[in-house]
Design a protein around this ligand. Sequence first.
Ligand SMILES: NC(=O)NCCC(=O)O
Ligand SMILES: [Zn+2]
Length: 463
Amino acid sequence: SQFCDAGIGYGESCGVSSSSSTKLLIKGGTVVNAHEMEVADVYVEDGIIVAVRPNIKVGDDVTVLDATGKFVMPGGIDPHTHLDMEFMGSGTIDDFFSGQAAALAGGTTMHIDFVIPVNGSLLSGLEAYEKKSKKSCMDYGFHMAITKWDEVVSKEMEIMVNEKGINSFKFFMAYKGSFMINDELLLQAFKKCKSLGALAMVHAENGDAVYEGQRRMIELGITGPEGHALSSPQWLNFRKRLEGEATARAIKLAGFVNTPLYVVHVMSIDAMEEISKARKSGLKVIGEPVVSGLVLNDSWLWDPDFITAAKYVMSPPIRAAGHGKALQAALSMGTLQLVGTDHCTFNSTQKALGIDDFQKIPNGVNGIEERMHLVWDTMVESGQISVTDYVRVTSTECARIFNIYPRKGAIRAGSDADIIILNPNSSFEISAKSHHSRSDTNVYEGWRGKEATAPSLGGPWWL
Ligand SMILES: NC(=O)NCCC(=O)O
Ligand SMILES: [Zn+2]
């Protein structure tokens, strides 16, 4: 699975400097010698784990040769990213190289990106992404975003599944006038997923009502980023309810077709409760919170400085304080299953497109570099989940859902040597000045993260 020269050491091929704590465990994914075999815990040859000390467990203190690293874990897998996507007319600032450098620096060793069709064509979209991903320096996979629905798209889905190995499709119930498809089409799309054995994913918001609410905000003279959260004059922050409504609708339609459903970027209590109800009733529904939804709150959208407020604009919107805590609790109880990022960055100049009208602010926030750190601090250090659960929600669950396990998501003989070492006793300050993303802002500016290192063996995960 190596795009990069196997002789390259940890992270270096993406310009991510490695810390001394990993140097000797795996050197360039290849080094194993007799002396090291006696004292190391995990032995690697050509990027594959060939042996693991018996009984080694996640969270054990490990012998990392010549190092002080503490916890050894399978590399993180980010189930939901947007690198190099053209979104609402403005290309994201991170491409496969910078976005992946950011991922590796933060301990995520594989990501699954959304291919955006070109003029609705899945094949053209994939072709474009295959070209872009030549700049790749770590393992990746693809989901396909579906931005319109017709017979051609339906046929192309067959090609995606049968010939291209892409078997998860994201449908947009929001972004009226661009990506959104209505219920009639969504039902057909779910039926198609069912017939192909593919996984249907949804961006769940009531796009018609969000559109209407946004227009009302503009009529009321609310043109700033706070209008993004407040898209209805009836109730403050009514928009979160529209996420719950759409989540329930998608669940019911998928249930009607009897096909599993994956809800991406679950941001509100309302949506989470719908997922919880569905799972209790036996429906196959997976809920993915993203880091921004777990740890941030919408107060930033009221910041008087436009550039500060605009960097927090994403959809569904970051919610009022309280939603994040509830999503954390749901993650700890297994109501929500895994943590993604929806990493989709725009720099200040791009965000400034919406200076007079919040509807024109490109939607998206960073997170791929911060995911492992912030989930650790928020969930493990606070005592909400164990170290083992941390591995599950950041790595193993994703590998299982997307059929990558046990090649990824485990430290065992035969698995890829995507290993990270996290030192909970050493931390650093997150900042746009030092992060690896190309964005000139960071929504976690000033937060702290724990030191982690990751190898950088890259390429499509299936090679
Ligand atoms: N989430 C977001 O605001 N940006 C990326 C596009 C999407 O997934 O909705
Ligand atoms: Zn989305």
